[in-house]
Design a protein around this ligand. Structure first.
Ligand SMILES: *[C@@H]1O[C@H](CO)[C@@H](O)[C@H](O)[C@H]1NC(C)=O
Ligand SMILES: *[C@@H]1O[C@H](CO)[C@@H](O)[C@H](O)[C@H]1NC(C)=O
Ligand SMILES: *[C@@H]1O[C@H](CO)[C@@H](O)[C@H](O)[C@H]1NC(C)=O
Ligand SMILES: CC(=O)N[C@H]1CO[C@H](CO)[C@@H](O)[C@@H]1O
Length: 439
């Protein structure tokens, strides 16, 4: 970790226009108390483009997965923020095309915190209502954003939360209780239908030479157990079996990386500790990996110092296991109906998925999309897709996409679960297309 650039980081602020781009942009952050004992942290970077004012560019809120993964940490420094984890400028930062708002949600994630054990959210309804309080506060205090097109982008479990939040936001706008120019939601490698992901792990791994026949049989068998638990409404049991299914996949694939099937990531391999429960194991498998030691040192060191508003007894990531544990009963519940409600309400919905992602594989996404009651579905299915050049290698296909009425799908090639980290230029181009800055 290179801590050299810290001195100028400390000076980045509203009045510091002398720093080289992209550091010249302004930023602001703060806490909103969204419920008694529940405090949510947000961090906004104003768009910083050489050719447009931030007022003429959209506002994008980024929601990380987990639940318990920190957007202000991982999304910001590992995916789309102006600086990378070494505090060096990122070429493909989304801040060049949009103002970007990171929010550590649900409460307890990242720098967000709860005062009481019972203040954690246990379902996406609470997550959505909490976020509405934050957004109301945000648009009230930064009124210049009320008319700027506002998009919600998400990754993984963030997609499930984004669906619920988008629906609440749409209702609140219709009721006049919040002023904001909501323009659409984008669901990246999203946990919309957990079962469809688990059920396709076997076939996906088998066709990519990562399972043999007995391995496929074992994965199919454990996936069926997950299906039975979901089918009978035993969602906490389903979460436990999901954990078991991952162990079965690991055993049969010599530890494929769930986030990118072409890598193995043996350094980060998480194995069950004796006596550990499945929630702790899954937390370490999926949330802790977003909170690597180096990122944790950055966030709990120079970043908290720069921010200056983090209470002394709050540690970045210190409550994230509590977040995950409290949401464990919600984890395997599908939210396909929320996506349908968004489409009927006229909200623009985009699904984007990485070709090499296993945990939320594209096959599973196709399955739930095909369950939508959306009236445009049969036309959408007959349409041909359009190839998109990878902006970093003209002439090489970087993605395919389709759009019909309010629904779009982007198939991002050579990307795993974290699309902006794996294919930064392609992800940036997708952002520009979704926010109608280019066709
Ligand atoms: C931090 O300390 C305050 C005051 O003692 C307390 O109310 C709060 O619950 C503590 N927060 C955490 C996250 O421990
Ligand atoms: C979500 O959790 C809250 C708080 O525990 C509870 O009051 C509410 O009924 C739950 N909502 C749903 C839809 O389960
Ligand atoms: C939603 O998508 C449609 C079709 O792509 C587009 O014409 C429309 O302008 C979009 N609406 C917003 C608010 O971006
Ligand atoms: C561009 C477009 O087709 N928009 C549609 C979005 O969904 C609403 C509600 O179904 C339609 O009324 C719009 O025409």
């Amino acid at each position: 970790m290179n801590f050299q650039p810290i001195p100028h980081l400390l000076w980045v602020g509203v009045s510091c226009v002398w720093l080289p781009s992209p550091l010249q942009g302004t930023e602001t952050w703060g806490y909103v108390t969204v419920r008694d004992g529940a405090h949510m942290f947000w961090w906004l970077y104003y768009a910083d483009s050489p050719s447009a004012e931030y007022r003429d560019l959209p506002l994008v809120m980024w929601l990380q997965g987990g639940p318990g993964g920190s957007g202000t940490g991982f999304g910001n420094f590992a995916e789309i923020g102006p600086l990378d984890g070494d505090l060096k400028p990122r070429d493909t930062t989304w801040v060049q095309s949009a103002s970007v708002l990171f929010v550590d949600n649900p409460v307890g994630t990242g720098f967000s915190y709860t005062d009481e054990e019972d203040a954690y959210a246990t379902n996406v309804s609470t997550v959505a209502l909490d976020m509405l309080v934050l957004l109301k506060n945000f648009f009230n205090s930064l009124e210049e954003f009320e008319s700027i097109p506002f998009y919600i982008f998400s990754e993984s479990y963030g997609g499930k939360m984004a669906s619920a939040i988008s629906l609440e936001l749409t209702k609140a706008i219709a009721q006049g209780s919040i002023k904001c120019n909501f323009a659409g939601v984008a669901l990246g490698d999203s946990w919309i239908s957990p079962l469809d992901s688990v059920m396709t792990w076997g076939p996906y791994l088998y066709t990519t030479s990562l399972l043999d026949d007995p391995g496929l049989a074992e994965v199919t068998d454990v996936a069926q157990q997950v299906k039975d638990a979901v089918g009978s409404g035993h969602f906490l049991k389903a979460t436990e079996l999901w954990s078991l299914a991952e162990s079965v996949v690991e055993k049969n694939t010599n530890n494929v990386n769930f986030y990118n099937i072409l890598t193995q990531d043996t350094d980060e391999k998480v194995t069950a500790r004796s006596g550990e429960d499945f929630i702790s194991l899954q937390f370490r498998r999926h949330v802790n990996r977003l909170h690597k030691q180096s990122l944790s040192e950055l966030m709990n060191g120079p970043i908290r110092k720069k921010l200056g508003v983090i209470p002394q007894n709050v540690t970045w990531g210190g409550q994230s296991e509590g977040v995950f544990r409290n949401m464990a009963g919600d984890f395997m519940r599908p939210v396909i109906d929320l996506v349908d409600q968004l489409l009927s309400a006229g909200v623009n919905v985009t699904v984007y998925n990485g070709q090499l992602d296993l945990i939320v594989d594209t096959m599973g996404q196709e399955l739930w999309v095909n369950m939508l009651k959306w009236e445009g579905l049969s036309y959408f299915n007959k349409m041909r897709w359009t190839p998109l050049d990878d902006p970093s290698s003209p002439g090489v296909t970087g993605a395919f996409y389709k759009n019909y009425k309010n629904f779009s799908f982007y198939w991002i090639l050579k990307a795993g679960h974290m699309i902006p980290s794996d294919q930064g230029p392609m992800a940036l181009r997708m952002l520009q297309m979704i926010t109608q800055q280019t066709s």
